[in-house]
Unconditional design. Structure first.
Length: 100
């Protein structure tokens, strides 16, 4: 019996790598944030490009949120798939093969 069809089988952890690319010629928006004055001065003294740091952090946060949403959708689909019996899977696959 195929382990994927067993009701007791369920992946322990879903690991999917999704890469989101952002075009560099996108229009831009102004983002205003308040940070501690001393932190800003320290970053400026160290020649840290605050815009690049904030933009990189925001891109990573968006990618992480999209990945989490995608994983939640897959887990919901896996839960729904558990409701389908092995006989039903076999019937659907055979039916699909006959149509080809």
């Amino acid at each position: 019996m195929n382990r994927y069809l067993e009701k007791s089988w369920r992946p322990k952890r879903l690991s999917i790598q999704v890469i989101f690319a952002y075009k560099s010629n996108m229009s831009t928006e102004v983002l205003s944030v308040r940070i501690e004055r001393e932190l800003k001065r320290e970053a400026e003294k160290l020649n840290i490009d605050i815009k690049k740091v904030v933009e990189k952090a925001l891109v990573e946060a968006v990618e992480q949120a999209k990945r989490r949403k995608f994983e939640e959708a897959i887990n919901a689909l896996l839960l729904e798939m558990e409701k389908v019996s092995e006989d039903e899977w076999v019937r659907v696959i055979k039916e699909s093969r006959r149509r080809r």
